[in-house]
Design a protein around this ligand. Structure first.
Ligand code: BES
Ligand code: MN
Ligand code: ZN
Length: 488
């Protein structure tokens, strides 16, 4: 990971990055932001006076390079930071990482009055945009190795940078898990990755249930969905339990390590990215590791039901009835609606055994998420207005996006079954909404303290874009860590 140092004074000036912001008034050219760093004489004035700098706007993420052969600094980079808020700095940090990937080290002079939030945005932008996932024996791709950030008072930013580093590191961990091909990433491997990350962290406890334990305790949804695969299912339970915590949040994440659709097999175009179908599980596990790393004073338990949905002689069939944890039965006519079946077990288990105050689940649950809301925005469901407002605020502040959707009681009748307690995949009804209503049936007495996000769409990016890189986005880690940080 790119090394970031906070310094009170620069100790090298090969490449100097100077922030610029929009000028005042229409058509006014961008202007340099006063930096409080002692710069070589006239550098700031010279930078902004040179053509075509007058055409710069100062919008976040704008980058303009100037070479100054034979002089110090030898290269100036003007970096647009807009209004200088956290989101603008996140975009600027991402643009800086991309513009400097052929350099080794650059020095950035922060504005004299930079707030900790600006440093947090910058650091998250740098660390997230410089992420790469590759599986090859070829050497590493060229990338910026370090950024020296010059601020008036480095101590004032220590906490912000620590939060930003941990947030970015855990988002990158979630991206790694999600990008990993499913030939590697079976449920056992995923659980092993969690175990390796959790080792030696005080107050962090891991339990991994294997198939025999899942059967003994009645996790029928996880076993049915995982039954068609040569790689057996697991249930990961990762518990951050700090002394004195007054709030207990349980985070459940869908962990389908590959979704073929099962016997109701998917067409090939719909299947090619289905290694990402465990992005919810990756996000909740990474968030919990982040809560432990930051020692947040909240108890957080991540539950990741892990299974591979394959068609085979031992796969569950359309028409099968599944008995979920706790005894509720579901009729299944489409084995491609597998996510809700594993989540149902985990939710019912959390409600029965873990006594959460708040219950949140993240899942790449339906293609309908993108149909309704496009590629960037998760579909958020909750009956609890306060919880929905708080989580939406955290999502927005973190730079992610979700939109609140309804849980209409009119549609509950679609879940009716003659054969079982519930029908998991009725032909009628909106896809993402019906799935949420199905999950709600497993939240018992926590129904009004539950929140669900269908994050199928924003879990993946088709190309590099600001702090997102092509492939897995790690959606949810930033938002959940921010939300947990706001609980006390
Ligand atoms: N994993 C898919 C949902 C998905 C689709 C995630 C596209 C990301 C991108 C899920 O298991 C699924 O297959 N959902 C079905 C539900 C249907 C069978 C009721 C869907 O969305 O078509
Ligand atoms: Mn499916
Ligand atoms: Zn799925």
């Amino acid at each position: 990971m790119l090394a970031i140092r906070l310094l009170a004074e620069p100790d090298r000036l090969d490449t100097l990055v100077l922030p610029i912001c929009p000028g005042q008034g229409d058509d006014a050219p961008a202007r340099p932001v006063p930096t409080g760093t002692v710069l070589p004489d006239g550098v700031a004035e010279e930078a902004i006076a040179l053509p075509p700098v007058a055409r710069l706007t100062g919008r976040p993420g704008e980058v303009h390079a100037q070479l100054r052969p034979g002089r110090d600094p030898g290269r100036l980079l003007l970096l647009g930071v807009g209004e200088g808020d956290e989101a603008a700095w996140r975009t600027a940090g991402a643009a800086l990482a991309r513009a400097t990937k052929d350099e080794t080290r650059v020095t950035l002079a922060m504005p004299a009055d930079a707030a900790p939030a600006a440093v947090r945005g910058l650091v998250e932008g740098l660390l997230l945009a410089s992420y790469r996932f590759r599986m090859t024996d070829a050497g590493p791709t060229p990338a910026l190795a370090g950024v020296d950030v010059v601020v008036a008072d480095p101590d004032a930013h220590t906490a912000a940078i620590e939060v930003a580093r941990t947030t970015a590191r855990m988002t990158r961990f979630a991206r790694d898990l999600t990008n990993t091909p499913s030939s590697v990433k079976n449920p056992e491997w995923f659980a092993g990755q969690v175990a390796a990350a959790a080792v030696d962290v005080p107050d962090l406890h891991l339990r991994v249930r294997e198939p025999a334990e899942l059967a003994a305790e009645g996790f029928g949804g996880i076993l049915a969905v995982g039954g068609g695969s040569a790689s057996t299912p697991r249930l990961v339970e990762l518990d951050w339990r700090p002394a004195g915590a007054r709030t207990h949040v349980v985070l459940v994440g869908k962990g389908i390590t590959f979704d073929t659709g099962g016997i109701s097999i998917k067409p090939r175009a719909s299947m090619k990215l289905m290694r990402k179908d465990m992005a919810g599980a990756a996000a909740v596990v990474a968030t919990t590791l982040g809560a432990a790393a930051l020692r947040l004073p909240v108890r957080v338990t991540a539950l990741a039901p892990l299974a591979e949905n394959m068609p085979s002689g031992s796969a569950f069939r359309p028409g099968d009835v599944i008995r979920h944890y706790g005894g509720t039965t579901s009729e299944n006519t489409n084995s491609d609606a597998e996510g809700r079946l594993v989540l149902a077990d985990a939710l019912a288990y959390a409600v029965a055994e873990l006594e959460p105050d708040l219950l949140v689940d993240l899942a790449t649950l339906t293609g309908a998420n993108a149909v309704a809301l496009g590629k960037r925005t998760g579909a958020l469901y909750s009956e609890n207005d306060g919880l929905a407002t708080d989580v939406l605020a955290a999502i927005g502040a973190a730079g992610e996006a979700a939109w609140r959707m309804p849980l209409p009681d009119d549609y509950v009748e679609y879940l009716g079954s003659e054969l079982a307690d519930l029908h998991s995949s009725p032909d009628r009804g909106a896809g993402s909404v019906t799935a949420a209503l199905f999950l709600r049936e497993f939240t018992g007495g926590l129904r009004d303290r539950w929140l669900h996000v269908d994050m199928s769409a924003p879990s993946w990016a088709e190309g590099d874009d600001a702090e997102l890189t092509r492939g897995a986005t790690g959606w949810g880690v930033r938002s959940l860590l921010r939300w947990l940080g706001s609980l006390g």
